[in-house]
Write a protein that binds this ligand. Structure first.
Ligand code: SAH
Length: 454
């Protein structure tokens, strides 16, 4: 271990920062956020330092470094643009046994500053001992993404509950079980973040009252159209906490790889030659799993509230008072549009966009005159088998035969294929692609020639 990780309390403690430029500013911000009594010595001060000095946040010392600046200091940071000065500061600090951080020369520093993820009071620090700062930064970004934004508030609340937990739960296992549920309750974190103290207290009470698994909950998560990078951070957090994942065919393998390893996975999609699980049965499954106290994630392709039957699944949960929440996802229309270089609206082409289902329960369910109008973009979901009908109806209601159309198969995934043509050939084009495919109709399609990038 080259460096010993240590968290030290700087509140009100005198710290010396040598340097008044941009690099020093970054260090000053960190030290100030830790509440240090910051003295800054430099020949010249940037405007940020002058403002801090005016508002009394720092104590400026003008001039060249001298040893007396170190008097009564707990920590020193040398951040001038002159290596010789930085080293002089470091040596003086070493002689007085004061820890010193040096910019750009970690090997000569007795203290280094890690990359930090701040969810105060929870802090995560990452360091590569100055050897690979970019790696440390990349790791920091990954951890940053994994830790819910409101975790700090949960951690603060936890601090106030420790005695009560010890009293209420005799065994370590029970305590661990309590804390696990406490820290993975996104709902509680959100309630705290919303400042609803009364509701949060109720939720905590209910965690205390169930020694056995409480009633579970269901989160409807939109997985996006395919590319795992399009999953939201919140979606990722949810699938990493779930006990049970209920998913269907549109959820990509890449995304399933991100699911918590020991979560139970239940597939409810259509397998070749078989029918999909009837919707009523899925609803029942979600309900039963939640009633057994499980944290259930219902993972759906795209966005759960866009042709996803998300609403139907939640209604039955609401009837049975099972708590639920919804995490939106990138819907196929957005994903396919972006990855095929076809903007859905454009000042010169389309002032509105319509998301339409091609899965028609009755022949004439759609208002075809409105759909055939100019200056808009139509996006048909589940439209492949109905393509001949869509073509015929749009043409019959006045859409021009040479209106550009695009079919996007497996949009956003590495297997994405895009076929373009005109409305009069839509029915033939539909034979060239497979499900899942989206049909985009409108003059915006012509922009693809210039805007395709994927
Ligand atoms: N809730 C989903 C849509 C479910 S309906 C969403 O918001 O995207 C299923 C239809 O979505 C498919 O028939 C197809 O038309 C479309 N679809 C979903 N994923 C797709 C993809 N990766 N590429 C093209 N179309 C897709």
């Amino acid at each position: 271990m080259d460096y010993f990780p240590l968290f030290c309390r700087l509140q009100g403690k005198r710290c010396l920062l040598v340097g008044g430029g941009e690099v020093a500013e970054r260090k000053a911000r960190l030290l100030l956020s830790a509440g240090a009594d910051l003295h800054v010595g430099a020949l010249h001060f940037s405007s940020a330092f002058r403002q801090w000095a005016d508002s009394g946040e720092i104590t400026p010392i003008s001039g060249t470094f001298n040893d007396a600046w170190l008097d009564r200091c707990w920590l020193v940071v040398a951040a001038t643009d002159d290596d010789a000065v930085n080293q002089q500061v470091a040596q003086a600090a070493e002689a007085r046994r004061i820890f010193c951080n040096l910019v750009d020369a970690p090997e000569q520093a007795s203290a280094i500053m890690p990359s930090i993820i701040d969810r105060s009071p929870l802090m995560v620090a990452v360091s590569s001992g100055g050897r690979a700062p970019v790696l440390a930064r990349l790791l920091r970004e990954k951890i940053e993404a994994l830790l819910p934004q409101h975790l700090g508030q949960l951690a603060s609340l936890a601090g106030t509950l420790r005695a009560r937990v010890r009293q209420r739960f005799a065994s370590m296992a029970q305590r661990r079980y309590f804390w696990e549920r406490f820290f993975t309750s996104d709902r509680l974190a959100q309630t705290l973040a919303n400042g609803d103290g009364a509701r949060a207290a109720q939720m905590v009470d209910s965690l205390f009252s169930d020694a056995l698994p409480a009633q579970g909950e269901v989160t409807l998560v939109g997985a996006g159209p395919g590319d795992a990078g399009l999953l939201t951070l919140k979606g990722l957090q949810q699938i990493q906490q779930a006990d049970v994942i209920v998913y269907d065919r549109l959820v990509s393998e890449e995304i399933l790889n991100l699911v918590r390893r020991d979560a139970e996975r239940i597939f409810v999609g259509k397998r070749a030659g078989h029918h999909c699980v009837p919707q009523a049965q899925i609803n029942q499954l979600l309900l039963e799993q939640a009633q057994r106290g499980k944290r259930v994630v219902r993972l759906k392709g795209g966005d759960p509230f866009i042709f996803g039957r998300g609403g139907e699944e939640l209604e039955i949960l609401a009837q049975h008072q099972i708590p639920f929440s919804v995490v939106p996802g990138v819907t196929a229309a957005s994903g396919c549009s972006a990855y095929s270089g076809i903007p859905l609206t454009h000042r010169d082409h389309a002032q509105s966009v319509r998301l339409v289902t091609g899965h028609l329960q009755q022949e004439n369910a759609l208002e075809w005159e409105k759909l055939a109008a100019e200056q808009q973009t139509l996006v048909f979901y589940m439209g492949l088998t109905q393509a001949p009908h869509i073509q015929q109806q749009l043409m019959r209601h006045g859409m021009r035969a040479d209106m550009p159309v695009a079919l996007v198969e497996n949009g956003t995934s590495t297997r994405q294929r895009v076929v373009t043509g005109t409305l009069e050939r839509l029915s033939d084009l539909a034979q060239q692609v497979e499900s899942p495919s989206l049909i985009i109709i409108g003059s915006v399609v012509s922009l693809r020639d210039r805007l395709r990038w994927f």
